[in-house]
Design a protein around this ligand. Structure first.
Ligand SMILES: NC(=O)c1ccc[n+]([C@@H]2O[C@H](COP(=O)([O-])OP(=O)(O)OC[C@H]3O[C@@H](n4cnc5c(N)ncnc54)[C@H](OP(=O)(O)O)[C@@H]3O)[C@@H](O)[C@H]2O)c1
Length: 237
């Protein structure tokens, strides 16, 4: 039996990159996509890195052609490419709104649609969600579309024995924050407000994805695994 294969969108940085490293260390053959940082990513040499913008259907086709050519089929599709553009309604222009929905929602939907022929019985699909709190209406709405989408697809693909789940990161220390101009000190300080007393590491989320990909989660579908150190937990709800 050949080693399992995984495609990770948005795998050149942060959570996706940590997941690529973890799965590779566990014997997976791995391909990642990214846009701006596809050279010298710092992943093991045999991890394939492909430039594919999740907003572009031709780019998605190209990435999946590469999967077909190099990996054959997929045991895990980790739909992780995403952006967060926090801001109140007054400062969210059309371009920011479209980017949020195109990358987070449209990219997720069409990558899965186009990957379906490559997903065999028993394959696992994982969405990255993680709405966060107080980030702004547009990002909340874009990420908010993903859980119903995930659950609908879990049911739609269950007859093919394809499992579809989500991970919802809380506050995870990744380059996403420096891209938004947040200093490392600020991110660390935010950790004091997390019930478990620290920000999360990308590897914390990678472990949850690896579980959802594994046979150990063979009866788990339509679920959202929250990896937040207790952030967002409300005892009464
Ligand atoms: N970090 C957190 O606290 C947190 C919390 C909740 C949810 N999330 C979600 O977790 C996911 C990963 O975020 P992260 O924190 O790991 O961020 P990150 O370090 O900034 O990584 C983002 C990844 O997405 C890729 N990407 C960005 N735009 C893309 C596009 N148009 N098409 C394809 N790939 C694209 C980036 O590729 P390039 O760099 O090569 O362009 C990079 O590989 C995102 O969906 C994010 O919304 C993160």
């Amino acid at each position: 039996m050949s080693a399992p294969a995984a495609l990770i969108t948005g795998g050149t940085s942060g959570i996706g990159k940590a997941t690529a490293e973890l799965l590779h260390s566990r014997g997976y053959r791995v391909m990642v996509t990214g846009v701006d940082h596809v050279a010298d990513v710092g992943l093991p040499d045999d991890v394939l890195v492909v430039r594919a913008d999740a907003r572009s259907l031709p780019d998605i086709d190209h990435a999946l052609d590469q999967v077909r050519q190099h990996l054959g089929s997929l045991d895990l599709l980790f739909l992780n490419a995403g952006v967060s553009r926090p801001g109140p309604i007054e400062s969210t222009d059309e371009a920011a709104f479209d980017a949020l929905f195109d990358i987070n929602v449209k990219g997720t939907f069409f990558t899965l649609q186009k990957a379906l022929p490559l997903l065999d019985e028993g394959a696992s699909v994982v969405f990255t969600v993680g709405a966060g709190e107080g980030l702004g209406a547009a990002i909340t709405a874009a990420k908010g579309a993903l859980l119903p989408l995930m659950r609908a697809l879990a049911l739609e693909l269950a007859p093919r024995r394809i499992r579809v789940n989500a991970v919802s990161p809380g506050l995870i220390d990744t380059p996403a924050y420096s891209k938004l101009g947040v200093s490392p000190e600020t991110v660390e300080a935010w950790g004091h407000g997390v019930p478990l007393g620290r920000v999360g590491y990308p590897a914390d989320v990678a472990e949850a994805v690896a579980f959802l990909a594994s046979d150990a989660a063979g009866y788990v579908t339509g679920n959202n695994v929250i990896v937040s150190g207790g952030m967002g937990v409300h005892p009464a709800s």
